[in-house]
Design a protein around this ligand. Sequence first.
Ligand code: PMP
Length: 482
Amino acid sequence: YLQSKPKSETIELREKYIGGACQLFFRSTPLKIVRGIAQFMYDETGERYLDCINNVAHVGHCHPHVVEAGRNQMSLISTNNRYLHDDIVILAERLVKTMPGSLSVCFFVNSGSEANDLALRLARVHTKKKDVITLDHAYHGHLTSMIDVSPYKLNLPGGPEKPEWVHVAPVPDVYRGKYTYPNDSQSEEELGKLYADEVGKICKLATDKNGGVCAFIAESLQSCGGQIFPPDGYLKRAFEYVREAGGVCIADEVQVGFGRVGTHMWAFETQDVIPDIVTMGKPMGNGHPVAAVITTPEIARSFADTGVEYFNTYGGNPVSCAIANAVLDVIEEENLLERARRVGDHLLARCEALMHKHLLVGDVRGRGLFVGVELVTDRDARTPATAEAKHVVNRMREEKILISRDGPDANVLKFKPPMVFSTQDADRLVDTLDRVLSELDDQWRTPITNIKLEVLVTPINDQVESSDTSMKSSFKQSVKAM
Ligand code: PMP
């Protein structure tokens, strides 16, 4: 009954009843997805798509062990965590075992936004300060409190303005950011220092003005900003500045956690730091809404000492916890970190080879199954190839491969597939991308100009991802065109 409507009727009903602001991929010709298995998704006609972007379906769409765990627990009891239950304590213990230092107290919530909101609340209570440092282009969630610290959504035409207590530090992007390789330095550590010193400057300002800093919140690797890998030493030095100013450091692992980087369970470990608060979500439930905050006993005590009890109706319910435990089982049993490392290395090497072949490929960066390919129309000037990136995403969809693009100029192709992705999948992805880029090479002059013109006249809500990033970039381009 639910999936038997003709697609045209589904579109009509969605337009009628679902808020127009809600994102829809490929808005002018959306996909109707009715089924998923491992790294594949199927539309209503049975057409199969290789999913290269769904980092939520971490252990593979509809993994039988996860489905069974959810089904079994739903048939027993689903209630709130004001009653004792084994799954929540087992899950907490398992997660804490993956954490370094004294990160050992868990709070369970339902989404990444809720996790970051609670992290901020903990930071406020613990530090009794207000100023928050975030990174440019960051996204930390859709709640009002999170939009405030998400430059990805701030200061857009018609959007909310940045509050005065929020400070935006430059994103440590060594390709396109404030300090780049090799212009500002040939040394990664020096670049890390330059970027961290920007955080230091903000700490000083906030200390002079308001007596210190409440928190520094950052993704350990910035995904929404365009698959950004901070230079070595960046987080370490930034954390030192923040702590000196009395603040706590929040690592948002909502996208990049649970082993995606292959070498470690948590992406912050690649920077050799220990945050004060870690937030996680998306992959944790493989599609089921479950998320968490893990912090130190000191911060948890400050929260408890307020005397205001914390209650979250669904956070940590037995079904969510059974599912999250099953996800951890699969990560361990199927050795998915090792797989992410092996397949990720192969994917990265193959993407790097594209750079030697196609001038459009300006930069390739990645770690594990978290890879970005930045397209540029001029390598020296690093001019973002926004229209070309849009074209590539659409062409890949025609080839039944789903990828997305991101970054402030929406010119970074993003790959963050389910962790069951194979080397054959990586080969198919790169072979097809190679072909699509070759088509663009063949038509380098005139058609690319046409594509650019098309992006200027494309209505904002018809951009592929229909995200605010695309809006921002279309807006910028229209302004330039005028
Ligand atoms: N943090 C990051 C880094 C995210 O990418 C997202 C979602 N895209 C969130 C937080 C918010 O998570 P949710 O959509 O589950 O609320």
